[in-house]
Design a protein around this ligand. Sequence first.
Ligand SMILES: CC(=O)N[C@H]1[C@@H](OP(=O)(O)O)O[C@H](CO)[C@@H](O)[C@@H]1O
Length: 507
Amino acid sequence: MAEVDLDMDQDLQRVRQLLRDADQLHVLQFWSELSADQRRALVRELLPLEPGGLKAHCEAACRAAAAPAPGAQRSLEPVPMETFGSVRRSDPELLSSWENQGWLQVSQSRVGVLLLAGGQGTRLGVDYPKGMYDVGLPSGKTLYQLQAERILKVQQLADSRHGTKCSVPWYIMTSEFTLSRTQSFFEQNQHFGLNPSNVVMFEQRMIPSVSFDGKILLQEKWKIATAPDGNGGLYAALEDNNVLEDMRSRGVEYLQVYCVDNILVKMADPLFIGFCLSKGADCGAKVVEKAYPSEPVGVVCRMGGVSQVVEYSEIGAETAELRGPEGELMFNAGNICIHFFTRNFLQEVAQKFKDELKPHVALKKIPFIDECGNKVTPSKANGIKMEKFVFDVFPFSRTFVVLEVPREEEFSPLKNAEGSKADNPSTVRNSLLTQHTRWAMSAGARLLNQYGNSVTTHTSDAAQVEISPLVSYSGEGLEELLRGRTLTTPLLLDQRKATELQSQHHH
Ligand SMILES: CC(=O)N[C@H]1[C@@H](OP(=O)(O)O)O[C@H](CO)[C@@H](O)[C@@H]1O
């Protein structure tokens, strides 16, 4: 006991020094009121902060609040055609050559996927990890489950093409907010059938949230307000947790990185992997055509000849609305947060460039403890969160490529709560059901709605087909089950139903 307290004394001294140097001593202002446990908690939280880093962080936040980043966007240009591929405009032969290349890599276990899942889900309004959200599909599957089953399927398809027994490891970056609940959710669900040793969770760093005058905000008298360091915290987290070493030891050379919230995300997409490899790229991004100028997606573009993404929060309406000769949006390459990286490139970023990533500043409402010790829930922005962006490493790549994909097949993100205008549980559920209805119809099924009428349009709200990823990854393999059949919707085509349909065929 005495020993612990001695350590505690030393630690407290270090923390005091650290705070004094960064001009943040107010963090300890309620020290005399704290219990022994609370004191220990506070010291434990502050101890790992790097002295110089903390000071620089607070000062930078303060400066940023005073003078928002200048929109140095006059020199923006669209991405040049030669780095740009398009699924819609490429002929089937080219597409299947990319795909074949990708399947080969997957089958050789050279491809991994990495999920960015440290976010707080503030806009969605849930206090648990977004991946655990059930969007109300007939199957009741969560985003995590859909993703897990797509991994199972992509492995299985690669194996049956190449006679292999491959694995696609799933790296999951979580944060203090999401790690333990994500872990227990996966355990409760037996990792959705995946081999647990191929699911690797790690945690990104948290950084202090600061007031407009550069002071760390207290969330409790014994806890500072912190936020994850943004999805660009990936690169520090890869280092902190030896993830690249893990990849190397498994022989994983290529990584698809993606955000948790896109219900249509293709896991380890062979076509995307093959496209990037065929171009000799070290880094790539999937994009969709922007739906409208103010759509909240970043745009992939160039500045001074260097590829990058300008985030929707920073582009400015004027630039977003610029149009080309045919009336199309000039900056039309909407970032859907699906990126390709070679392991070598990530290694290089981790070694040389990750400290060059500039944090972006967001002004937010951050609940805090005021000087009198009262809890305040602000009604307008009172604080600064500094976030790094995952795509800010694009400028360091040697060969950067872009693949444009059809939105209705690949992008429908869950951002907002039910009742909001877009990107909410209903819109993402409908995107998936509409996609699966389309797949079923092009496989030759005749679909009836619950009133016995034919479902005719491809986008009808009444069309309710859900196809398990374990049955089909991207629409393949459905003809043998569905051709020439009349089926009533809602239809849940899971493995059981598939077996049933198959046995009927054989009679
Ligand atoms: C930093 C970052 O990755 N921002 C991404 C990401 O936005 P969020 O609002 O952070 O979810 O996903 C969008 C696509 O859903 C993409 O357009 C945008 O550029």
